[in-house]
Design a protein around this ligand. Structure first.
Ligand SMILES: Nc1nc2c(ncn2[C@@H]2O[C@H](COP(=O)(O)OP(=O)(O)OP(=O)(O)O)[C@@H](O)[C@H]2O)c(=O)[nH]1
Length: 630
């Protein structure tokens, strides 16, 4: 950090004037007391009023004071000096020569930063709240200084497309200094203690400060950082606010503030900001209540991609903050566990889509948890993000080998967390698509199986009678034939043919012919024995396969069927007609080589029955046919 005189500058820097300058000079002399300061301050009614207001603010505490002397006594010389300095600069620099520098916006932001410093110092016991108000107000003074000392160059630089993301870098490149360095140098030059100047210098990137965790500078640098983020929130657009809230909650948690306390503090400091804005003629905005901002963000989160998240973190503060950010701001459903073992049980119970786990934990650590999840059927598809303070490549490799999908450095940056959750959502969407496709495929396969069965059934069934068709009949006969090969049992077949069926068609029409066919089919099926198979061979011809049946029994079966049909009456609509069948019977004989030879034998017996007068059963035995009456 360079001293002010070593920083190259083109023009003059902002400096206090009049009463503020006199107070600054007085404070430099060692024998000045607050009565001297009060005498000088009282010559400026505006400054007197502002000091009284600050002394009587809720953050200062105690009974109210009415005199400037009492106010100065309460605030302390250092605070009064800084306030006088800040107010003087605000009054002088409401406008300026730098095109593109938003003077009103700068003071609006700075004032909110001052108010936020005071508020958070009070609620987080961060130290002298009044002193920090002025420090917050002046923490970014380097920006105004650059706009004052290099108006044209700084104007051009602010118009650079990357100005928002890398302002400090651009300032260093073009102006050989940056606003953080200049702020710190100016504040040091004005006599602010280094204990405050150093945290201000680092407050935009507090993790670079190297301050020992728990030390006062460490606490202060984070307090300034938090105040700056609150100032960003107050001066941001509605859309930007949504992005900023999760990070803000996380920062608040570092000071032990939960989401509700953060909300209350931010709401009340926004109110004070507006009051101070009126007093100092600085414009302020009116962002909605914090709860409304978080609700709006939560709604956005819900609509976008609510997921079931399991958060595993042994540090209670980080856990609370991440929980609030994930649930309230990003709209996810969050379950929390404080160690790996508890997480494993909760994972089974809640089936999270995302597991966000710390690495180092007592008992089952994050990596062991990940391995355990990956070993289970149900944990295989969960999106696991490892939170780790380590950047060690070896450890990162180990984590990926253990099955994590991603990792995130601690302390958790909210933007990076959201990026990981986007990846998780993408992963989950792919899984859902895959599940949907799989379900569709399953349904398709089931439908295909049904229609294949229907097709197979249709291919084997006679549509008119519902009986198995010739193909199915011949299949059944082959099976029965094979069974007799094994068992040596008898096998007989009956071939039935309706007599003079053509005449029925010709006389009563095809519809009655069909009805006759159906009724004869039903009658045969009803009367056949349980183990017999009946099929329609085609036209008006039927085949009955009779397992375990010799020629004698076959003939008995044929006669029984013939009589059943003989007694059948078919309704033509006008009259009841009778119908008869001729039947050829054959049983398997040693000379027969296959099913065809058996059916041919029965066919020949049928032929004989037809030529012997019809309504007859004839048998084929040893190459000879014999016909009834039996
Ligand atoms: N209604 C109807 N008629 C059929 C069907 N299949 C075949 N036919 C008819 O059945 C008749 C069979 O006649 P033929 O082969 O001369 O035999 P038939 O008149 O029964 O004489 P015999 O068998 O000698 O007693 C033909 O007129 C075929 O058109 C069918 O599914 N429905």
């Amino acid at each position: 950090m360079r001293k002010l005189e070593r920083i190259p500058l083109n023009g003059k820097l902002p400096s206090p004037k009049g009463v503020a300058l006199a107070i600054l000079d007085l404070c430099r002399s060692s024998d000045a007391d607050f009565k001297d300061i009060a005498r000088v301050a009282q010559t400026d009614p505006a400054l007197s009023g502002r000091l009284l207001r600050q002394a009587n603010s809720a953050a200062s505490g105690g009974r109210s004071v009415a005199s400037v002397t009492d106010a100065i006594a309460r605030l302390g010389l250092g605070t009064v000096r800084n306030l006088a300095l800040g107010f003087s600069l605000v009054d002088q620099h409401q406008d300026g020569p730098c095109p593109g520098f938003d003077y009103a916006g700068f003071w609006s932001h700075s004032l909110l930063m001052g108010v936020a410093m005071q508020a958070f110092a009070s609620v987080s016991s961060g130290g002298a709240a009044d002193e920090l108000f002025a420090c917050g107000l002046l923490a970014q003074i380097g920006r105004l200084a650059l706009a004052t000392a290099h108006p044209q160059e700084y104007g051009a630089l602010l118009a650079h497309p990357d100005a928002a993301s890398r302002l400090v870098e651009l300032e260093r490149e073009h102006l050989h200094t940056d606003h953080t360095e200049l702020s710190a140098a100016m504040l040091a030059d004005w006599g602010l203690p280094m204990a405050l100047v150093e945290p201000i210098y680092y407050h935009e990137s507090p993790d670079d400060s190297g301050f020992a965790p728990g030390s006062r500078p460490h606490q202060l640098v984070h307090l300034f950082h938090l105040a700056r983020c609150v100032a960003n929130l107050g001066t941001a657009s509605e859309h930007e606010r949504g992005e900023q809230i999760p990070g803000l909650l996380l920062l608040g948690s570092k000071f032990g503030l939960d989401a509700d306390e953060m909300g209350r503090t931010i709401d009340s400091l926004m109110q004070r900001w507006r009051e101070w804005g009126e007093l100092l003629k600085v414009s302020t905005a009116a962002p909605p209540a914090f709860a409304l901002m978080t609700d709006a963000q939560a709604k956005r989160g819900t609509n976008e991609y609510a997921m079931r998240v399991l958060l595993v973190e042994d540090d209670a503060t980080t856990r609370t903050a991440l929980h609030a950010a994930l649930e309230k701001n990003l709209g996810h459903q969050v379950t929390c566990a404080s160690n790996g073992r508890e997480a494993l049980a909760l994972a089974l119970e809640t089936m999270p889509q995302v597991v966000l786990t710390d690495w180092q934990m007592p008992g089952l650590n994050g990596l062991e948890l990940c391995r355990a999840l990956r070993a289970s059927e149900w944990g295989r598809t969960m999106y696991i993000v490892m939170l780790t303070a380590s950047n060690n490549e070896q450890e990162v490799m180990e984590a990926f080998e253990g099955g994590v999908d991603d990792f995130l450095a601690k302390p958790v940056d909210m933007l990076m967390l959201r990026a990981r959750l986007f990846a998780a959502r993408h992963h989950n969407q792919l899984l859902e698509d895959w599940d949907r496709d799989r379900a569709k495929l399953k349904q398709f396969a089931a439908e295909l199986a049904i229609s294949n069965r229907r097709l197979a059934h249709a291919a084997m069934t006679d549509l008119l009678t519902g009986l198995p068709n010739r193909r199915a009949g011949m299949n059944s006969l082959s099976k029965a034939w094979a069974a007799t090969d094994r068992s040596g049992e008898a096998l007989a077949v009956l071939v039935l043919d309706i007599d003079h069926f053509k005449t029925i068609n010709d006389t009563y029409g095809h519809a009655i012919g069909d009805t006759t066919l159906r009724q004869v089919a039903q009658a045969i099926e009803r009367s056949a024995r349980k183990n017999d198979s009946v099929c329609r061979m085609g036209g008006e011809e039927f085949l009955v396969i009779c397992p375990n049946t010799d020629i004698k029994a076959g003939l008995l079966a044929a006669e029984r069927l013939r009589r059943v049909i003989e007694n059948l009456r078919v309704d033509t609509g006008k009259s009841m007609i009778s119908v008869t069948v001729s039947i050829g019977v054959a049983a398997r004989e040693p000379k027969m080589t296959d099913t065809d030879s058996l059916v041919n034998a029965a066919d020949r017996a049928l032929y004989t029955a037809k030529h012997s007068g019809r309504n007859l059963s004839c048998v084929w035995v040893n190459g000879k046919q014999r016909c009834g009456p039996w």
